[in-house]
Each structure stands twice: as C-alpha cells, then as structure tokens.
Design a protein around this ligand. Sequence first.
Ligand code: CS2
Ligand code: MG
Length: 402
Amino acid sequence: MKIVDARVFVCSPGRNFVTLKITTDEGIYGLGDATLNGRELAVASYLSEHVVPCLIGRDPFETEDIWQYLYRGAYWRKGPVTMTAISAVDVALWDIKGKALGQPLYNLLGGRCREGVTVYAHATGRDIEETADEVARHIELGYRAVRAQSGVPGLASTYGVAKHGGTYEPAERGLPTEHVWSTGKYMRHVPKLFEALRVRFGDDVHLLHDAHHRLKPIEAARLGRDLEPYRLFWLEDPTPAELQEGFRLIRQGTTTPIAVGEVFDSIWDAKQLISEQLIDYLRMSVLHGGGITPMKKAAAFAHMYHVQTGCHGATDLSPITMGAALHFDLSIPNFGLQEHMPHTPETDEVFPHAYYFENGYMHPGDVPGHGVDFNEALAEKYPYQRAYLPVNRREDGTLWDW
Ligand code: CS2
Ligand code: MG
C-alpha cells in the first residue's frame, strides 16, 4: 500500500479546525487533526509545504519510521507547530491501518482495558450559585466527574467562564482580547466555590479545577492546601511548567492531586515531573503530543511512576482527536480521566463520528480506524476566520499567563 495524496483542510464550523486527509493507492484514506488554537495556519502551512511532499510514495503502515523521519529528520525538533503537524500524520496513518485491517483502533493498541472511558464535563458560571447549578445539570446528564470554574468577585472575566453564560469558547475572532487578573482575588475565592459544591453535592462526585498556569509554585501549594478539605480529583496547570523542579514546592505543600501537560508536545516536557512523582495525571493529548505513536510511549513511562493519563479534550481539539483519544484511553492500563467538552452541532455535522456518551462513559465505537469522518463539502461552507486566544494582564498591567 502506498500514500498517493495528502491534503490539508482549514474550516470554521463555529471555531477553526485544521484537518489532514491522507489517501492510499487502495482508496483507503485516514484523517488527522492538526488544530492549534490561535495558530492554525502555521500548522497548515508546515504540513502542506514541508511534510506532505515527503509522504507521497511512503507505506502508510510504517508509522514508527515515518514518525522518526518527521521528528528527527526535520533537524528542528519539538514545538507545538511541528508536533501538532506530526500528530496529524500519525493519527491519519493509524486510521488507515485500522481501516485496512478492519479493526477499531483500540484493537491495534492493546485491546480494551475497561468497559468505557470515564469523562469529565465542564461546569462554569458567573458566580458560585450559577456554577453549582451547572454542576447539578451535568450530574443529571450522567457525568461522574465535573470541572468547576466560576467568575471571581472583582474580576470582569476569568478563564473558563463564558462572559454571557452558555458554553465557553476562549478563541475570539479579531485581535486578542485582554483580560485583567488578580491572583489574590482568585485564591480567596476558589476554596469558597468548592466548599459550596461539597456542601450541595457531597463527596461522591469527582470535582476538578483548572488554575490555567496562573500561580507561582508557592501560591499553588497554598491553594492546593486550602482545597484539601474538598478532596479534588485534580488541580490542573497550577503553575507554568517550564520549570519542572518548581513543582517540588507544590508537592511539599499539598496532597491535592496535580494534573499537567495539555500544552506539552513531548515527553521531555514531563520527564522530571513524572520521574520525581511531582504530578498525578499527564494531560498530554494525541493532538499536541505528537500522535498515538509517542503517546503510547509516554503513557508507559508514566505508568512506571504511578502517573495516570488525563487527556486534554477541549473544543479546540477536533472530533478526530476525541475519537483517536478514546481508542487510546480504552487501551492503556493507566488511564485516569478524559476531558469531554461536547462540540457544537455544526462541528459534529462536519465531523460525523462513531463515538458516543452513555452513563458517564464515552465509547469510541467499533468501526475500523478511529471512527471519525470529515465532510469536505460541508466544511467548505465554513471558511477560516483568524481567531486568537485572550491575553492576560495583572491589575497593574503586567503581562501574565492566560
Ligand atoms: C483548558 C483548555 O480544557 C482545558 O483544560 O485548559 O480549554 C485550553 O484553555 C484551550 O484548549 C486552549 O486552546
Ligand atoms: Mg486546562
């Protein structure tokens, strides 16, 4: 079997997505997600201009060698643009492999390790009460785990909370909006949110929170300790993770479990975090983490240190990534939890898929490959529109992490 064509599609059914379609001489095609929120065209160009010419004529079954070729053969390694592009190729090739062998992807990755993939939903609100009502709604829908993010008194906006209610979509068309941030206001507020949630919902539902890279390690230790009475399933991205040893300060200060990694594009970004057991969940995804090939290796390394996976699954990762991630989640021994932000109906129409939600679990479906398709004609009706993630500044104007 040979690769005879590879095309990149950029569309915007409600938000921007980049999709790679690789076609073989036997007519089988595979699909990969190449979406990098706010930098979509960089990945599209990297693929079209530099990667696609090298794929034509290759055997799509040679996933390992093609991955090594694209990673080490480029000389310039790592980085979100490069690794998202490589991910798209890798996932598309695994999709082809599954289709050619007539097997759902999970059977090529080790087979089922569990009945279904436990997912967590997003509950957001402008205040504690609105957020608690959203937690209640998602528990009603059957979710066993809910991430709670609420507005912070004294701040006009904060991460994870839609300005006017409804679902949260951080990328905005036009130039980046600027948000104002106060660590003090935030840290005083969050424990009150989780105290209210535990009083209303008791201890059974798993509660999570995303600090979104905004604290210094010692502040993260303090917040983790203040949240201990509410037994969070995890506190996510407590601090920017370039300084991996910085997480020692967090570990020394709290037993609240830590989840990190959605912005990582290589296991090297997490090696010390894992080997020193500074984190409990690795959030790397098959989209930004280089694809299924490296993620299997990352999960195996994490497993040695009691670290479980907690793959990123926001709406800026397309249904192709959700599909591929569910096959990955189902087939590894140290799966922890999968993020599930349902896409909009127009997105689901462009990306028809076999996966489904039932009773708090997601199931990838059993069709060959990853089970997600791409409606090219429909995608054309949603042309790309440049959009950016917001920028954050402290109250004195200092640029801060968003
Ligand atoms: C967030 C993401 O889902 C999460 O945990 O951190 O929504 C993140 O803000 C977006 O993926 C950025 O594009
Ligand atoms: Mg996050």
